[in-house]
Ligand binder design. Structure first.
Ligand code: ATP
Ligand code: MG
Length: 445
């Protein structure tokens, strides 16, 4: 099997070989090559020690990214290339950190510490595959290298890395690997929030997120205990065909692949179980569940250390996920003003995903949501005014007219509203005239 390596990879492998070292492309880059996927990073493994790697590339831009673990990053042709010395992990102390990292002279040993067989192949002029990664790749099987129980006990993050690979590739998980994942799931509590967050984000963006999150819900309960009340929770409601958890996950999997949109959908109905009530006809209701969901979502986002901007956007989407938005231009302009273009587009995508997980007889709502998207396009293309920023008058103009303090904002809002309602054109002279005549007729002070 011949792999056509990129010039950058050939350069690094040659350079190390010429200096007398072994060097291989390894891990995700080899896996992705066989899957015909673009690999997001390039990993090289070598028997050269970090100082020796630095010596070989001394006239190039090289950074100590993880020198403790034997990793340096070479920037070549603007590409970051991670070069790591063959290593074996020492004993694991706490299901996440090896006590020590030992360098080894053996590629086989280096490959044995890797998580899954499909990630444990190496290549320079031929494929090195000690653990059957190629066959597993062909059969679409995810299998831990070595004893799965031991491997997940060493580093529980591997459980989530496995689910991430399954969500992205649609592979089946080998029986023993799968039962070890379930068995050791509680060890995920020892994993840092940052690492959990990173894997969760990647799981959500996979093509097979629905299967993974439905089949392995017990593992997700460990990192997201807020989902537990939703699992198998009957909605007693004719708008719905799924229990709350299934509805949530179908919605996630039906939405566009955007991290913020899919996280918002993951949280949007978490508050349903606690806001549930049954009416005299036996119909379930979830009054004000969006508010409850927002509270639970905030807890999760804080716990998993999401950045402030993502938090703000996700919570706004959760809050408004079930707002009824008409496909008329005035309403669309008001929402654009409230949320801004980017977030309003995401809200529509949240509603589209949510609708795909409701009873099929409500699928006609998609037409309205798609019309809203067209209206947004039109408003943006025509540069129509929907915000104070775009209004042809500003605070100084109001001050010149004698407005003070809070009156200024009131007057500007009044004018913006009139522009959105097509009562006046967004043109300075016309706006000032309109304000003057409105004062006379006591529509504004
Ligand atoms: P991608 O880069 O597409 O996210 P990847 O498999 O390349 O996926 P990286 O995090 O870049 O993942 O890691 C590179 C390689 O290092 C993996 O392919 C695997 O061989 C090994 N690896 C990474 N994390 C672990 C881990 N927690 N336990 C064991 N091996 C790991
Ligand atoms: Mg990688």
């Amino acid at each position: 099997m011949i792999m056509e390596l990129s010039d950058e990879i050939k350069f690094v492998l040659n350079k190390l070989n010429m200096a007398g070292y072994e060097a291989y492309l390894v891990g995700g880059s080899v896996r992705d090559f066989f899957l015909n996927k673009h690999s997001k990073d390039i990993d090289i493994t070598t028997n050269a020690k970090p100082d020796e790697i630095k010596e070989v590339f001394s006239s190039y831009n090289i950074i100590d990214t993880g020198i403790k673990h034997g990793t340096v990053t070479l920037i070549y042709n603007h590409l970051p290339i991670e070069i790591t010395t063959y290593r074996i992990d020492g004993e694991y102390l706490d299901n996440r950190h090896p006590k020590e990292v030992k360098f080894t002279a053996s590629l086989k040993e280096d490959l044995s510490r890797r998580d899954f067989t499909i990630n444990a192949m190496a290549y320079n002029t031929e494929l090195i595959d000690y653990y059957g990664g190629k066959v597993d790749l062909e059969n679409k099987i995810l299998r831990a290298v070595g004893d799965p129980n031991k491997r997940f006990q060493e580093d529980a993050l591997r459980i989530l890395r496995g689910l991430r690979l399954a969500s992205n590739l649609g592979f089946d998980i080998d029986k023993d690997t799968m039962s070890a994942m379930h068995k050791h799931k509680l060890l995920l509590k020892n994993i840092s929030s940052e690492r959990v967050q990173n894997e969760l984000n990647l799981i959500l963006l996979g093509d097979y997120v629905k299967d993974v999150m439905l089949n392995y819900y017990d593992i997700f309960e460990v990192i997201l205990p807020e989902i537990t009340p939703c699992i198998k929770f009957d909605q007693h409601n004719s708008h719905h065909i799924y229990d709350v958890y299934t509805h949530i996950i179908v919605a996630v999997g039906s939405a566009i692949k955007d991290k913020i949109v899919r996280l918002a959908l993951l949280f949007h109905d978490l508050g349903k179980p606690e806001s549930f009530s049954l009416d005299e006809n036996g119909n379930g209701h979830f009054y004000r569940h969006a508010e409850k969901s927002e509270i639970l979502a905030r807890n999760i986002l804080n716990r998993l250390k999401y950045d402030n901007e993502s938090k703000k956007q996700i919570l706004t989407l959760v809050k408004y996920h079930d707002a009824v938005i008409g496909d008329d231009i005035k309403q669309v302009k008001r929402w654009l003003n409230r949320l801004g273009e980017d977030l309003f587009r995401k809200l529509i995508e949240v509603q589209i995903g949510d609708n795909f997980a409701q009873h099929p007889r409500h699928r006609d709502r998609q037409a309205r949501l798609n019309n809203i998207k067209k209206l947004i396009d039109q408003i943006i293309a025509e540069n129509n005014c929907f915000s104070l920023k775009q209004l042809a008058v500003n605070g100084y103009d109001m001050i010149k007219l004698g407005y003070r303090d809070s009156q200024i904002k009131l007057a500007l809002d009044f004018l913006l509203n009139a522009v959105i309602n097509n009562e006046v054109e967004n043109e300075k002279g016309k706006l000032l005239e309109y304000l003057e005549s409105s004062k006379k007729s006591n529509k504004i002070n």
